[in-house]
Ligand binder design. Structure first.
Ligand code: A2R
Length: 323
């Protein structure tokens, strides 16, 4: 099959592209410019995969460019990953976040409807659309209210509703994924777990003193490996019901503090490192705990995470070690 990935130069995009190529599919990636940024994605894929990829120019906030991109080939499915994906940045730039994530998704969805209405679209929404539900309510399922608590969540919730409404009202084969926390090689170091891994590598190389700047260590998340998330997206592209939303996440919940301690152990730094809270890394409104019920996705596709958290953390440290 022939797929288009938006956000191919990001964190998840290259892992998904690698998986799709290995499964024998033709993969095109939407890029905003051909300035060499796409070359950077080689860091998580073999040369054989990279050489199979095709790139097409387009910017989500320019609907005409989305239409042009979709006309370059007949796509069976679009994985719409592109976004302003960093919640703290969304407080600094709520409007820009909304334009990219909400209006950009409207543009892409409308462009698909115009050019190729039988093309399936996976829209990457997020667990952040649920906001901060009372932990006493248990695992977060798709039936939980949409109640975001940051501009990123608001932008994604708007697009999430738009995509599902379009699918239902217009009969378009669009659906939504709501991934919970995921990490692994290539995760940007502005995200908490990757930030810890990056600093650990710098300490190991004696580039910084043995002090790690941390955010809220008590925040708890059902963290899963990016390669498992990519596999869930691939399976959902094959099986998802139009108009539906699917949680995708791990079962095991870890606090940020636990994950940091595991990484320090993996790196052989044990308790030789001071953890210093940096107010700049503490979110204005934090979600204390996120637990995921992804049984809808699991029952439909048979998906379950296959990579153990220690493997993910060790691959993340290894990734920053060779950067
Ligand atoms: O910044 P670039 O040019 O490398 O491209 C980024 C792309 N992107 C856009 N593409 C087209 N038009 C735009 N206006 C536009 N704005 C951003 O989105 C990059 O390739 C991607 C974002 O990458 P990350 O921030 O690393 O996102 P990640 O972690 O891969 O997340 C994938 C999806 C997102 O929808 C998240 O909100 C969700 O998973 O959690």
């Amino acid at each position: 099959m022939r797929f288009l990935i938006t956000g191919i130069t990001g964190f998840v995009g290259p892992h998904l592209a690698d998986l799709l190529v290995r499964e024998g599919h033709e993969v095109h990636g939407l890029v905003r410019s051909t300035n060499g940024r796409e070359d950077d994605i080689r860091d998580v894929m073999p040369d054989e995969t990279f050489s199979e990829l095709r790139f097409v120019l387009g910017d989500l906030i320019d609907m005409e460019s989305c239409v042009r991109a979709l006309r370059t080939a007949e796509f069976d499915g679009v994985f719409h990953l592109a976004a302003q994906s960093h919640p703290p940045t969304s407080f600094a730039d709520p409007r820009g976040t909304f334009v990219t994530n909400a209006i950009g998704t409207v543009n892409l969805a409308d462009a698909i409807r115009t050019v190729s209405p039988s093309c399936r679209m996976l829209f990457c929404s997020t667990s952040e659309v649920y906001g901060a539900p009372d932990p006493a309510l248990g695992l977060i399922s798709e039936a939980f209210p949409i109640a975001p608590v940051n501009p990123y969540g608001v932008s994604k919730a708007s697009a999430d509703c738009y995509v599902r409404e379009r699918a239902i009202s217009e009969g378009l084969p669009f659906f939504v994924t709501r991934a919970f926390s995921h990490t692994g090689p290539r995760r940007g170091r502005c995200f908490s777990i990757a930030s810890d891994a990056y600093q650990i590598v710098r300490i190991l190389k004696s580039y910084q003193e043995p002090v790690i700047r941390v955010g809220t260590l008590s925040s708890a998340r059902a963290v899963v490996d990016v390669r498992d998330i990519s596999r869930a997206y691939y399976l959902l592209m094959q099986h998802a019901v139009p108009g539906a939303a699917y949680n995708v996440g791990g079962e095991e919940v870890f606090t940020m503090g636990e994950l940091l301690d595991r990484m320090l152990d993996i790196a052989g730094l044990g308790d030789q490192v001071e953890k210093r809270v940096d107010p700049a890394l503490v979110r204005p409104i934090d979600i204390p705990v996120q637990t995921c019920d992804s049984s809808r996705c699991r029952d439909l596709t048979g998906w379950q995470p296959s990579i153990k958290i220690d493997q993910t953390l060790s691959d993340l440290i290894e990734y920053y070690g060779r950067k």
